[in-house]
Design a protein around this ligand. Structure first.
Ligand code: GLU
Length: 545
């Protein structure tokens, strides 16, 4: 009979702490009953993908709504797949989205370190315990031997992996192991799996409901030959010691679940509750494809670079995550999303489709609900980085810009002029001399001389102090004097009897003052532009006719 304690000492002479030490160092969290501890655990293998917002938001809501904790853990155990700068990008991306972690590599916390590469000693301590209990063993098989095993399995058309008769090192004696260690042979540590493909495990996923999965029969690697843990061991040890109650992650992890549950069992830990959420799909032609890290433009922050407000992107993702979000938003147009009663029950287990048109629409609504000051703050932040010239123009006189951004804002039906910040310049540029230019032509067939007469008459009676009614009376008056019908209804009954109608008269003024056929309410625009500028533009336009 193998002396497993002796084996543990032989394999881990460097490990002097016990698992009890860590259990005490990271005690159960002192949280109210029902509080959920959740985490986002990205590997720094590339930029943060748009789909990453899904698990992040679910984790965030579960923690916040229950008075729990949401932390960030960097899973960097796979040095080969690591991408330089990825960790910084992760931190920056969530900062830009205003998503705050309670504990992280930046903030620290009592359950850290929050970077797996700094927890090597912890994993080794727990691995040593498995060895001491006869649940793990060293494997000295070389790459060549493993390749040959694989070839045999392929030829026999059987499952790949280190199991059953292929698990050659599983039954090595203590002396055999000692001889190899003494000879300096490198080894990995493997789990002595007690699972069988004939057995099923029953499991309840929080979004998918009851699931049956086949047990794991593979003696997976727990520690690599460099002593670093394999991802799966790190997940189990960390989520136990960091006292995670709920693991929300992508569905690609579902096949690993039997192994994870087996590891929790081997350690005698209570597993967390799991939720595996469907991956985001996109349409390519008629085919649905997974949105992957390789997709250009799928990076989370590229939506911000392209001019979306982070709030808009978050709100769009919530429409996909919870089927009742849009009803809630209609009933609570001004509430912050943080108070949305997020519910796991309202999540769909099937994949959702990324719809850029919907994102744009949601964004228009989100921006329409913002105050002028909020729009100003976000817009100037974006222009500072992406359109310096426009930035300088709109920040020259913030009150002026704020009055422009206030047009049509604040009422029950706010204007929905922009979905993205890059749409603001073309829309409000005419308010600034740098961008003002008459780009449109009158709609309809009009004599230049008539337009000129209309504008000259208008200039003669224009009084900036007029209120809106007085202003419109004057426009009607000019219409009457110049052969344009002052009443549109009347005009429609006899269009040939007139040169046009009062709407055309305002169009001439609008063109002269804004340069465009479509602009917000003309009276308001003129009030903001100011008398001098309006007169200057009218005169200048008359000179071109
Ligand atoms: N590091 C894993 C990933 O990036 C996390 C899996 C998990 O959340 O358990 O996908």
């Amino acid at each position: 009979m193998m002396d497993y304690n002796a084996l543990a000492e032989l394999l881990f002479p460097d490990v002097t702490k016990t698992t009890d030490y860590y259990e005490q160092l990271y005690p159960e969290r002192n949280l109210p009953e029902g509080a959920k501890v959740t985490r986002f655990a990205p590997s720094p293998t590339g930029f943060v993908h748009f789909g990453g917002l899904f698990p992040v938001l679910v984790n965030l809501y579960l923690a916040r709504q229950s008075g729990g904790v949401f932390y960030l853990r960097i899973e960097d155990t796979d040095e080969k797949r690591e991408v330089a700068g990825a960790e910084k990008d992760i931190i920056k991306a969530f900062e830009q989205f205003g998503i705050e972690f309670d504990e992280s590599i930046v903030k620290g916390g009592a359950y850290g370190p929050y970077r797996q590469s700094e927890r090597k000693e912890i994993y080794r301590t727990f691995a040593k315990k498995l060895v001491a209990e006869g649940k793990a063993y060293p494997c000295f098989c070389t790459k060549k031997e493993l390749d040959s095993m694989r070839r045999q399995q392929r030829a026999k058309k059987i499952n790949f992996g280190y199991y059953g008769e292929y698990a050659k090192c599983r039954n090595l004696t203590f002396d055999e192991i000692k001889a190899k260690i003494d000879a300096g042979m490198p080894f990995v540590l493997r789990l002595k799996s007690n699972g069988s493909l004939n057995n099923k495990i029953k499991f309840t996923d929080l979004v998918r409901g009851a699931i049956e999965l086949t047990e794991n029969d593979i003696d997976h690697i727990l520690l690599k030959s460099n002593g670093m843990p394999d991802y799966h061991l790190a997940h189990v040890v960390d989520d136990h010691l960091m006292r995670t109650t709920h693991v929300v992650r992508g569905e690609e992890w579902l096949p690993s679940l039997p192994y994870h549950l087996q590891l929790f069992g081997a350690f005698g830990f209570k597993p967390p509750k799991y939720m595996h959420i469907a991956q985001l799909m996109r349409l390519e032609g008629n085919a649905k494809k997974k949105l992957s890290k390789r997709d250009k433009g799928a990076g989370l922050t590229s939506y911000l670079t392209n001019g979306y407000a982070p709030e808009a992107v978050i709100e769009y993702v919530l429409t996909l995550l919870n089927s009742n979000f849009e009803d809630w938003r209609r009933a609570n147009p001004d509430a912050p999303v943080s108070v949305f009663p997020f519910s796991i029950k309202k999540m769909s287990p099937s994949g959702c489709l990324f719809d850029p048109v919907k994102l744009y629409d949601v964004s228009k609504n989100v921006v329409a609900r913002m105050s002028a000051q909020e729009v100003y703050d976000r817009l100037t932040k974006w222009t500072a980085e992406h359109d310096k010239k426009f930035h300088d123009v709109i920040t020259r006189d913030p009150d002026y810009t704020l009055s422009i951004l206030s047009i049509g804002r604040g009422g029950p039906k706010p204007r929905k002029d922009f979905g993205k910040w890059d749409e603001v310049k073309p829309f409000i540029g005419f308010f600034f001399k740098e961008y003002f230019k008459v780009t449109d032509q009158p709609e309809g067939d009009f004599d230049k001389a008539d337009i000129k007469t209309v504008l000259e008459k208008y200039l003669a009676v224009y009084n900036h102090a007029d209120d809106k009614d007085a202003w419109f009376e004057k426009v009607k008056q000019i219409a009457e004097e110049t052969g344009f019908c002052p009443n549109v209804k009347e005009f429609k009954q006899n269009p040939d009897g007139w040169k046009g109608h009062v709407g055309d008269v305002s169009m001439f003024i609008r063109l002269a003052v804004t340069g465009r056929l479509n602009a917000p309410d003309l009276y308001t625009v003129m009030q903001i532009l100011g008398e001098d500028e309006c007169r200057r533009r009218l005169k200048k336009h008359i000179a071109t006719l």
